[in-house]
Design a protein around this ligand. Structure first.
Ligand SMILES: [Zn+2]
Length: 243
C-alpha cells in the first residue's frame, strides 16, 4: 500500500515553517510523505537580518536560506523539499515554472495540499502563489495535459495562516491540534536564524489557536484540552455521508 502524501507550496523558504510546520510534523508522524516546494528562497524580501551582515551577496543569502529551510524540513520530518528558485519580491511565474509544479503535483498525487491566503496586500508573492497553485492544480486535473500521466483527483487546498489575518480576508474553518508535535515545530522555527523577530509571534499564534480549538471542540462543556493548534481555511467543499 502506498503511503498517503501531502504537498505544501511555500512562496519563500520559511513560510511553510511558521504557517504549516505543525501540520507537516503531525502528518509525517502519521506516515504521510510530505513534500514541500519553496518557490523562492525569500532572498531579497525576507532575509533582512542576513543583508545587514557586511559583504553579503545574493548567492550567499540564497545558500543560507536553503540551509535553514532544509534544517527546518528535517526537524519536521519532511520527505522531500524542492527549491524552484523563481526569484522573489516579486516571484516570476513563468510557464516553465508552472509546468514544473504540475509535474510535481502529478508525481506526488497529494491527499491534501496547502498554500497561502487568497489575498495579501502586504506581500503579493503570497497571494500570487495561491493563484499559481490553483492554476497548476487545475492543469494537473486536465486529461489532455501530457496524456498518459496519472491525472490528479481533487485534493483539498488548505490556506494556511497569514501574518495579519484580518487584512488578508482569511477566515479559518479548521483547527488542527499540534500539541503533540509542538517541540518539532519549535525546533524548526529556531532554524530560521534570519527571522528571529518572528519566533515569539508564531508561538503566540499557536497558543491562541489552541484556545480556539478548545472552544470549538466544546469549550467548558467537554472541549478537548489543547495547548497549540494551527488554523486553516479550506477552498473546496467536503463530500460527506453524514453530518
Ligand atoms: Zn513569505
Amino acid at each position: 500500500m502506498n503511503n498517503k502524501t501531502a504537498l505544501i507550496i511555500s512562496a519563500h523558504a520559511a513560510d511553510f515553517v511558521w504557517r504549516a510546520g505543525g501540520a507537516i510534523a503531525l502528518h509525517a508522524e502519521k506516515g504521510y510523505e510530505v513534500t514541500v516546494v519553496c518557490l523562492s528562497y525569500g532572498e531579497r524580501g525576507e532575509s533582512a537580518k542576513l543583508w545587514k551582515q557586511d559583504g553579503m551577496n545574493i548567492e550567499n543569502v540564497k545558500q543560507a536560506r536553503q540551509q535553514e529551510a532544509e534544517a527546518a524540513a528535517s526537524a519536521l520530518g519532511v520527505h522531500d523539499i524542492q527549491f524552484f528558485d523563481m526569484g522573489d519580491y516579486p516571484l516570476d511565474f513563468t510557464p516553465e515554472a508552472r509546468d514544473r509544479l504540475v509535474d510535481t503535483i502529478r508525481s506526488v498525487q497529494p491527499d491534501f495540499m496547502m498554500s497561502h491566503s487568497m489575498w495579501d496586500p502586504y506581500n503579493t508573492d503570497h497571494m500570487n502563489t495561491t493563484r499559481f497553485v490553483l492554476e497548476a492544480r487545475m492543469v494537473a486535473q486536465a486529461w489532455g495535459h501530457k496524456p498518459g500521466q496519472k491525472v490528479l483527483g481533487a485534493p483539498q487546498l488548505y490556506l494556511f495562516e497569514p501574518h495579519q489575518t484580518e487584512q488578508m480576508g482569511w477566515k479559518p474553518d479548521t483547527f488542527l491540534d499540534i500539541t503533540k508535535v509542538w517541540q518539532k515545530k519549535k525546533a524548526a522555527i529556531e532554524c530560521m536564524q534570519g527571522q528571529e523577530h518572528l519566533w515569539q509571534f508564531y508561538t503566540n499564534v499557536a497558543e491562541n489557536r489552541g484556545n480556539h480549538f478548545r472552544r470549538n471542540s466544546g469549550g467548558q462543556a467537554g472541549g478537548r484540552h489543547t495547548e497549540y493548534a494551527e488554523g486553516f481555511q479550506s477552498v473546496f467543499p467536503r463530500t460527506v455521508d453524514e453530518l
